[in-house]
Design a protein around this ligand. Sequence first.
Ligand code: MN
Length: 495
Amino acid sequence: MKKYQFWFATGSQDLYGDECLTHVAEHSKIIVERLNASGMLPCEVVWKPTLITNELIRKTFNDANADESCAGVITWMHTFSPAKSWILGLQEYRKPLLHLHTQFNEEIPYDTIDMDFMNENQSAHGDREYGHIVTRMGIERKVIVGHWADEKVVRRIASWMRTAIGIMESSHIRVVRVADNMRNVAVTEGDKVEAQIKFGWEVDAYPVNEIAAYVKDVSKGDIDTLVEEYYDKYEILLEGRDPEEFKKHVAVQAGIEIGFERFLKEKEYHAVVTHFGDLGALKQLPGLAIQRLMEKGYGFGAEGDWKTAAMVRLMKLMTAGMKDAKGTSFMEDYTYNLVPGREGILQAHMLEVCPTIAEGKIGIKVNPLSMGDREDPARLVFTSKTGPAVATSLIDLGTRFRLIVNSVDCKKVEKPMPKLPVATAFWTPQPDLATGAESWILAGGAHHTAFSYDLTAEQIGDWGEAMGIEVVYIDKDTTIRGLKNELRWNSVAFR
Ligand code: MN
């Protein structure tokens, strides 16, 4: 992750004299120091001199635009700051904006409070004036309310910072397509030009044999070293196959991992799509190789699904460096358990599930693939972690993009599945399987998802809103009647 910073800009005016302005600066410096000392923020907060004039506000926002390490500005009106002085600065500002609606003192000082104190500490007043102009100008921003030392508030700032990173990084995502979308499939299609306009994504195609040439050029020595690493790290599940033949199959994936990564690095791509039916000179469908690349932070989409590949990359960036991260992966809805009280969706893919979401042992298996016409590919197999997570689907509705965000509860399957040669997860969508799946289908969600334990629906939804697209949440509060109305109203709002 790039070392981003966030600027802390406090608004005031000179109506209350120098002493008041000295206090304002002192207070905001203390807040910045304590936020940084909390250890809860993914990035540093940088204090900026109090903003009291149109000129200084405009200059500060333009400096923030120009500073490559600045990923956003946090604003707070300590006193009253007439909002017309913010118009030009806000108009020219292009990065994420947080309005921290806080106050230096937590409690009203009942015994000593006088008019001087009230004039100095009037964010309840000043932040409303400021909020009005941001709303009037139609600027997308986050508002967080509460005392700055409250852990819940600091956590929300930390969470917003990761959304801001997603907004900043989105326009640097480059996806390489070494295969087109699967023939006749609708939901993985989309307008790549519009995706670049809306999200900043570059989506380029290369002939598959160009990447296959990189794979062919990988030396035997490099392959042997990586195969050794696999054999150290993972459990080898021969299941009756000849050990030497098994190893040869694994070595093909090692060559693909190294060759693909060299290609991606050299050409500066951060996400890749493949297609089991369009493999050119590749001997196997990239399985283990893609799983390892996803683990390293690359985005991936199967069957040419470049939208999901970009989303997986985005979510990897938003969660980069997170302490105790549980993982982010490309995923696919496969099979239901419809037994009452135990409902859920078994998640998997032909091969390509990211091992960051694994819990427990990770094994390697070599099995035939029922689709395509290549060698039996090696793949990592495991089951996944439990707990809350988000499954997201970005769809193109022809006139606009819609981002569907489903909060899901991940569980263990009740029994092992010894005959299933792929990595899996299992979850129940909120609010329950029937309502969740009905909502997903009504909203037009895909079978492929970008999935993460480490992001909240709020974080990913805020990213979508910042991109100016429609966001549909499916969670514990969803009702079919409410969702249908929302979709109906959105079809007017997002025309
Ligand atoms: Mn698929």
